[in-house]
Structures are given as C-alpha cells and as structure tokens.
Design a binder for this molecule. Structure first.
Ligand code: PEP
Ligand code: MG
Length: 574
C-alpha cells in the first residue's frame, strides 16, 4: 500500500499505464561512414522544421502583440543558424562518427553551461533560451512527441512523475480512469483540474513510477490518497463495498440540490462553483450551484499554438453566461504563468515562476491580450450576469491600472456602438499577503473581493503549493491564514463590499463553520463539494459558527485548532 496526497476523490480499479519521464534520453550510437551524410541531412531537416515552427509563432505573436514581443523568436532564429552551434555539431558527427542527436545534445549542453554560469542575468537567460531551443530540435530528431495521453488502447490509470495542468485537461476525452504522480500538491492546478473533470487522483507519491509497472492492476482511492498494487480478491471486494457506500452518501446529499444554503437561524450564503472548462457547466447545475464563483479562463489559452481571438472568447463566455443566467459567473481574467505556461507569448523561463510574471502582472505587461479578453467579457455580458475578477493582486495600483484599462475598453465599445453591461461588477482576488493586509484599501476600488486561499497559503507560509516535499507545511489552519481571512472579510464589509472565497478551503466541509462564522458571503468550490457544504450550513446556526471562530482565533497552534474542530464536527452522516 502506498500513501500520497488525496488530490481528487473517487475510487477506481484498473490497469496501470506508466508514462515515461518527460526528459529526453539521448543515447549515443556509432554511425558507419556511409551514413554520416544522412545524419547531417536529418539535422538540416530538423533545423528547418524548427525554423518554420518558430516563424509561424513569431508571426502570430507579431500580429497579436506587436514586434516587441515577437523579438524573442528572432533571437531564437538567429541561434538556430549560429555557425558555431551548427558547425560544431556537424564536426562532432564527422570526427566521432556518432549519431546526430547525441552530438547536438552535447553541443547544446556545452553552450548552455557557458551561458548559465555567467554573472550577467541577461546572458544566463540566453542560456535558458538555448536549452529550450535545443529541446525543440531534439523533439523533432527523436520523433518524440511529448508522450501522448491520447491513443490509449484501453481504459487505464496513468502513473507519471508529474503532470501539468495542460496534460490533465487533455484527459477528459481519453480512456483515463484516474492518475497517480510522484510529484504535486493538493491545491496544484493539476489536482484542481482532476476534481473538475471528476477524475480520481493521488499526487505526491514520491516514487510511485518505480513501484508500478504498466499492466499492473491498481486500486486508486482518491478519498484517502491510497494506492494498492496488484490487490488480493479480498481487498478488491472491500473497495467495491466502499465505493457503493460513497455513492449512497452522494445520493442522499443530492436531495438537497434545490434547497438554499441557509443556517437554522436564517443566514443565507451563496454556494457557487469553480470551473476550468466550459463543458463543466452542466455538472455545476446538477450539483445545485447558485452561480460560478471562479471561471479559470486561462484554460482556454492552453494546449494551442495561438491566442484565442476576441470572437472565440466572446462566443465561449456568452455560452456560459446564457447557460448560467440568472445566476452570475465570475470571469477571472487570465491567470497564466506559474504552472500554467503558454508558448504563445514567447516569455522566457523563470527561476521562480510562481513569484514571477503571472496573472495580472502578465496581463498588464501584455495589455493587448488583456484588452481582447476584456472586450470579449464585456460583449458577452449582455447574455447573462457576468462579473470580472483580477487574479494575484499584490498592490492596489494593479487594481487601478486594470480598472483604467477596463474603462478604456468600455469607451472603445461605446464608440463602436457595441452593447455591454455598463454596471458589470469588478472584483479582486485576495491571494497574496500584501493584498490581504491592505484589503481595506483594495476594497475601495472594487465591488467585491474573493479570497484565493490556494495561493494565499502558498505565499503566506512560503510553501510551494505543488511541491510534495513541503506539503506537510501547507496548512490552511495556520493562525496566519485564519487571521487574514477574518481581516479581509471584515475589511470588505466595512466598505460595504461582499466577500467570497474561491480557494479550495471553501469546499472543505470541516472548515465550513469557521468560514461561515467569519462572515463570508459566498463560497465557491469544486462543484462536487457543494452538497456536503450545504448540508453543514443547513444544520448549523450563526451563533454556533461565531463562537467557534472566537475560540479558534485564540488558539496558538494548528494542532490545537485541529483538535477543537474535530470535537465540534457537524455530523453529516458519513
Ligand atoms: C487560489 O489561489 O486560491 C485560486 C482560487 O486561484 P488558483 O487556484 O487558480 O490559483
Ligand atoms: Mg490563485
């Protein structure tokens, strides 16, 4: 039995399919004299294909974002034709009579080493560019598409070192029962995506790829974070039984679907859903969500080589607005960067991507992309009830700048006689400690705030949300987090603004009473959690919740808080 981090609930039993590590394994091969020219020709062809790819990306970036942003691709193209790089590789092949991919890999490694050990940050960055470029060419030489999750012959449980959110999003159409990975954390976007797609998953299993072989029979228990390899019949029977029990609980909870989330003493809050892809709307409605509290729009930008156009975005946003009407949909403007990287912008690799050019920072740096999205949201706003929310705010100036751009976009639309909701609400995500501590200032600039605890925890406690090695420190109940939530809620209310939460904490049934007691107005979560959270709210009173908060805020440690919560747990029949 192997224990990891339960990332997405559900029990599945099936055959394993182990994905190989993403890194290249470039083997050395001797090449006979008569084949040397052929090796060199393969190289020239790979360089040509890479060149065409880069030109095509450059042109797209050029037309969407301007020449400034396309210049990185010019630099890539120059490196690709660099006589030293090309010449040295060909010389190696001729002299050492070896295969081209090995020779090229050696040359690249040498160049990267020279650049990345230089004192100058600019030159170090160029070293990383050369590395990226090298990978592109090697992909072609090795004929290796990133090992595909597509084309699985039969239903399987994927076993991988790590999966990116864009890998995960591809899974919905494939025969994938669930996945387990060595790396990852509970609130990584890969885990969140798995929940949205209803794919059971366990992450942070450290070395599971060395324990499971393709074809092994595996039980994946996404509730408890347990993997069992080649189980006995008795264990299989036990898991079938547990599965039935969980399904029965779900059936009971489903009866609450159309009832309001109201406490026994009459405080009603809004339970809404987080979504990543438009197809999730039906699921959200089945769970009785009263709106979408977070639409992670950046997923529309992943797994493609261009940026989505204004028309495409308008069509998608309009579709969701219509389907959810009269309930509201909070359109979070793109939160790219961090673990959701796109090639289209040509941004270079960062040493600390979660602390780098991410979310609103990226949007303010690429205003044309931002404006296109705002235009699309505004146009779609006539078809339902849309709100706009900015991610990863860390200073009030960012809100002001974003609002300024938004005002400009509204003016443009008016000039063009294009209709939009002129009273559209604007919100800020509070997911950095600096935003939380200045929530009173930020609240003045917006209509609402929504607390993104996934990042707030990561940034407050200095714990990478996707790193299994420090997952034990990723603690929602840390007094520093609870105090910030209380502070933000009170600051918002003092300014007459509503305050929601769209981080994973909002969907944790053990925390529902505390968040209720702190005064949250809206809870937005993976839609699967809505029925349980609703059941707790309907079985509680505000007095009870407030008292709990008063006690908890006095407690000094996570351990004491956890114990108190356990003792005061609301029974929901599990
Ligand atoms: C959060 O950080 O809590 C949040 C909801 O945003 P995301 O998980 O997409 O970073
Ligand atoms: Mg976030």
């Amino acid at each position: 039995m192997h224990r990891g981090i339960a990332a997405s609930p559900g029990i599945v039993i099936g055959k394993a399919f182990v994905l190989s590590q993403e890194d290249f394994c470039v083997k050395k091969r001797k090449v006979p004299d008569e084949d040397i020219e052929q090796e060199i020709a393969r190289f020239q062809e790979a360089l040509n294909i890479t060149k065409q790819e880069l030109i095509s990306i450059r042109d797209k970036v050029n037309s969407r974002l301007g020449t400034k942003h396309a210049s990185i691709f010019e630099a890539y193209l120059l490196v690709l034709e660099d006589p030293m790089l090309v010449g040295e590789t060909i010389d190696r092949v001729k002299k050492e009579k070896i295969n081209i991919e090995y020779a090229f890999n050696q040359t690249i490694a040498k160049f990267v080493n020279v650049f990345t050990t230089m004192g100058d940050e600019y030159l170090r960055e160029r070293g990383r560019d050369i590395q990226d470029l090298g990978k592109r060419v090697l992909h072609i030489l090795l004929g290796e598409k990133k090992q595909a999750l597509t084309n699985l012959k039969q239903e399987a449980i994927i076993v991988a070192n790590d999966l990116t959110p864009s890998d995960t999003v591809q899974m919905r159409e494939e025969k994938i029962l669930g996945f387990v990975t060595n790396m990852g954390g509970k609130t990584s976007h890969t885990a969140i995506m798995a929940q949205s797609l209803g794919i059971p998953a366990i992450v942070g299993l450290k070395d599971i790829t060395t324990k499971i072989q393709s074809g092994d029979r595996v039980i994946l228990d996404g509730y408890e974070g347990i993997v069992i390899i080649n189980p006995t019949q008795a264990t299989l029977d036990e898991y079938e039984r547990r599965n039935k029990k969980y399904q029965e609980i779900q059936k009971q909870l489903h009866k609450l679907k159309d009832l309001p989330a109201i406490t026994m003493d009459g405080r009603e809050v809004e339970l809404s859903a987080n979504i990543e892809i438009p197809d999730e709307v039906e699921m959200v409605q089945r769970q009785g969500a009263k709106g979408i509290g977070l639409f992670r729009t950046e997923f529309i930008f992943l797994n493609r080589s261009d940026l989505p156009s204004e028309e495409e975005q308008t069509r998608i946003y309009r579709g969701i607005a219509k389907k959810m009407s009269p309930y509201s949909v909070i359109m979070r403007t793109v939160d790219l960067g961090g673990d959701k990287l796109i090639e289209q912008l040509g941004t270079t690799t960062e040493t600390n991507p979660f602390l780098g050019l991410r979310a609103i920072r990226l949007c303010l740096k690429y205003p044309e992309m931002f404006k296109t999205q705002l235009r699309a949201i505004l146009q779609a706003s006539t078809s339902g009830n849309l709100k706009i929310m900015y991610p990863m705010i860390s200073t009030v100036e960012e809100v002001r700048k974003a609002n300024h751009i938004l005002e400009g976009v509204k003016e443009d639309l008016k000039r063009e006689h294009i209709d939009f909701d002129t009273h559209i609400e604007i919100g800020a995500m509070i997911e950095t400690p600096s935003a939380a501590l200045t929530a009173d200032v930020i609240a003045k600039e917006v209509d609402f705030m929504s607390i993104g605890t996934n990042d707030l925890i990561q940034y407050s406690l200095a714990v990478d949300r996707g790193n299994e090695k420090v997952a034990y420190l990723y603690e929602p109940l840390h007094p520093a987090i609870l105090r910030q939530i209380k502070h933000v809620t009170e600051a918002g209310h003092r300014e007459g603004k509503w305050v929601g939460m769209c981080g994973e904490m909002a969907g944790e049934p053990e925390l529902t009473l505390i968040l209720l007691g702190m005064g949250l107005d809206e809870f937005s979560m993976g839609s699967g959690s809505i029925p349980k959270v609703k059941k707790i709210i309907r079985g509680s009173t505000m007095n009870q919740a407030k008292e709990m908060v008063n006690t908890i805020l006095e407690l000094p440690t996570v351990e004491a808080i956890r114990k108190f919560i356990k003792q005061n747990k609301v029974d929901i029949g599990e």
